[in-house]
Write a protein that binds this ligand. Sequence first.
Ligand code: FEO
Length: 392
Amino acid sequence: MKARQIKTNVYWVGAIDWDRRLFDALIPLPDGTSYNAYLVQGSRKVALIDSVDPSMTEVLMAYLENFPVVDYVIANHAEQDHSGSIPRVLAKYPDAKVITTPKGQDVLVALLLIPEDRFITVSDGETLSLGDKTLEFIHAPWVHWPETMLTYLREDRILFPCDLFGSHLASTDLYVADEGQVYEAAKRYYAEIMMPFRTSIEKHLEKLKSYKIDVIAPSHGLLHNKASFILEAYRSWVTGPPRNIVVLPYISMHGSTQRMVEYLVGALAGKGVTVKQFNLAATDIGKLAMALVDAATMVIGAPTVLVGPHPNVAHAAFLANALRPRLQFVSIIGSYGWGSKAVEQLTGMIPNLKAEVLDPVICKGSPRDEDFKALDNLASTIAKKHKESGFA
Ligand code: FEO
């Protein structure tokens, strides 16, 4: 197969995975994904930047048939969707060395059993000359593993950031054409993978301000030839204030929690608060994660099962806790039949959310007038808190 040229002697040699629908046996991929690898041909040396998922090794190897020599394999990130084909590449090029961070070597040896003598480790800011092209390595721990680095091709001003700025999107386009589509896919990717590492990403974004970047070439999805589009999107997700939004994940078993949810949603909407309601029996958790990027408040709608919260709701609370969104306020509403510790159990499951817990509204059986009044009060409190915090 013929590699696709990005700039003179810089090629895309990746694989498009149109049919993959789940990542890490957890994350929905409604639009498939791609594993982007790149080949940089300098006047003296040749480097392959990242590889592809092991399920698509043959696609990469077909591209490499046109390149008799590869001197270096740059491993920006050790996760197998980018590193998994490296052993095959090393077998094809017995003199090639893997360039990575010291931590990257440690992880790659553990995951792929690559012999230690195949590695050269690089420090932050170190460069590697390929002749007329120079690679600079920028250590970027915790986007989203601790060993990660970004590679910057100085002469062509291309940043290869691996997962960072990526999106799970299968497409034959090389560059972003439909910004709306890519914005959604990149936001979903940020929400699911990067959001827990906001603090690290903020520092990396600051560091990247000193680089002139013409192209951002991530290892999933489309390339950005307008770098400011994705950099500004990331800045807004990472450092922007939360918005006047309530995320409401819920389950209802016999209709009582459903009625409470519908009532609260109406009350909040009447006060000018946007609500994003997710029935956890049917929702795509990626959409829930995306909504958490912007929301100021989460209200969990939880019926009680065996004294605790419904397991689907517990799953959503666990997920929100792991993703560490910018939520400022949290509350719980729901119904129980004969006894409940749902509130205690749910609030105990979200220690990472540094959010103020607003008075829950829990009722026995069907909600009555006093319960609806309590929901009105909760809506008023949320609207007031959002206004006082400058979110509305
Ligand atoms: Fe796309 Fe963290 O791997």
